[in-house]
Design a protein around this ligand. Structure first.
Ligand code: PA5
Length: 444
């Protein structure tokens, strides 16, 4: 089971912060579990692993099977919370090179997470004449980036299979009642999956949003949900044996003591997109009202050779949370070399995991010595069950952290600012006046 070690951060706090925070954590916990806190119409994710709609889940698995049978590629169209979780899980468990591997599951391409023409064209070229399906994901059903990308891929699929044939290969994951995507899906007869009303985008990876693409890639979603359920049970405990309490309390107090940036680090490169998911989760949940740790991420050991200098000696506003996995079973060992020209025979016979672990411990000691508190999240072996635990752990901790900070961890009012400007500059009907004002500003 996942555990957290905060002992390498405790020396940065000289008071009994756990006792001080206890009543506030108890309250935050109650509000997350039972409602009554800010944004409590969006806490559906809290009970999701244990209470997931079984009929919807069965349809997700059936759709994944159908896609595996009739498609060489799945194009997943979505942005933010409608994208990062699925990519994070697939890359972490199946590899960032998943699409390049020999396998009996379809390639999975993520698009609609930006507005680059080159990125769109590249996915079209990579798919070529292959049979493909599309999973378009947007809770609001109105987000520009995925909507534009969907227009391209829908057109392509309709050209290839005809309108009716395309409709058999398009899966829409969206709101149960409203939005342009919902209307389109109803009109065209696409199979639809629901993002529950009370689950916001960045907390939705364990709904159809994440589960359909993840299942298509062959990941054991039963195990993913089972892991999340186990963590859900642990997170119901209202004391410091709950790892979410330990994490939320420590990062909150470090923030209050002057730390401004939290680095999420991992020594497994396949974790990179899980870290992207985590950044959105914490950044959008906490970064408001002029408050919040800035979430950043680093891939170790690679980034020790680029960001390591700053982490060791730059401005002392960092804290570091390191996700550690147990050794993968299939370990490479360093081979013998008679000549030993590289001087590495002292490592002969050692597993790569052993070497990586010495790097982890060496880095931990150096960074703590350099003034960077370290929190270690031990996630166990890297598999679907442990990743389910980790996802739920970070979600629950994020809810607690947001409440400790006094913000609504479930809204994202700041995301609207760029959208309004973009619509105005694009000439979207209704935004004409604003567009003129913005153009005048830009021409200064
Ligand atoms: O967490 C959120 O709600 C957002 O980041 C959304 O996931 C993101 O903006 C995409 O929105 P939608 O799914 O409505 O297209």
């Amino acid at each position: 089971m996942l555990s957290i070690n905060v002992s390498h951060a405790k020396s940065f706090l000289s008071y009994p912060y756990e006792e001080v925070l206890r009543p506030r954590l108890e309250r935050a916990q109650r509000e997350l579990l039972n409602g009554g806190g800010k944004g409590d119409d969006f806490i559906g994710w809290v009970r999701l692993p244990a209470q997931y709609d079984r009929a919807e889940y069965a349809r997700i698995l059936a759709a994944a099977k159908k896609i595996q049978g009739d498609s060489k590629a799945l194009v997943v169209i979505g942005i933010g919370g409608s994208y990062l979780g699925a990519r994070g899980v697939i890359e972490c468990l199946c590899s960032p090179n998943y699409n390049l591997k020999k396998k009996d599951t379809p390639n999975v391409y993520f698009i609609g997470n930006g507005l680059s023409s080159a990125a769109l064209r590249e996915v079209m070229e990579l798919i070529g004449d292959d049979d493909f399906s599309v999973n378009v994901i947007s809770k609001s059903g109105t987000t520009t980036e995925p909507a534009v990308a969907f227009r391209f891929f829908r057109e392509r699929l309709e050209q290839k299979c005809g309108k009716a044939g395309a409709a058999q290969r398009i899966y829409a994951t969206t709101d149960a009642h409203k939005g342009a995507l919902k209307s389109l899906a109803d009109a065209e007869g696409y199979e639809e999956f629901v993002v529950p009303d009370n689950v916001g985008g960045r907390y939705s990876v364990l709904t159809a949003v994440g589960l359909l693409p993840i299942a298509v890639a062959g990941v054991d979603t039963d195990a993913l949900l089972a892991g999340a359920r186990e963590m859900e049970a642990l997170c119901e405990i209202a004391d410091y044996t709950n790892p979410a309490w330990q994490y939320a309390a420590m990062r909150h107090e470090l923030y209050r003591s002057g730390k401004k940036i939290e680095l999420l680090a991992c020594f497994e490169p396949s974790f990179r997109f899980m870290a992207e998911w985590w950044k959105q989760l914490y950044g959008e949940s906490e970064g408001k009202e002029g408050k919040g740790l800035f979430p950043a991420s680093v891939d170790f050991t690679a980034d020790l050779h680029s960001m390591g200098q700053y982490i060791q000696q730059g401005e002392r506003t960092l804290l570091e949370t390191v996700v550690r996995f147990a050794a993968d079973p299939d370990q490479l060992t360093v081979p013998h070399d008679d000549v030993n020209g590289d001087g590495l025979n002292f490592l002969e016979g050692k597993t790569m995991d052993f070497i990586n672990r010495q790097a982890m411990d060496g880095t931990l000691l150096a960074h703590v010595e350099g003034g960077v508190p370290n929190l270690i999240v031990s996630a166990g072996e890297r598999n679907a069950r442990t990743l389910g635990e980790l996802i739920y752990f970070f979600e629950f901790s994020c809810g607690l952290s947001g409440y400790l900070l006094g913000v609504n961890p479930f809204d994202q009012p700041g995301v609207e600012a760029y959208k309004k400007n973009m619509f105005a500059l694009l000439g979207k009907p209704g935004y004409e006046e604003a567009g003129e004002a913005l153009r005048a500003k830009l021409s200064k």
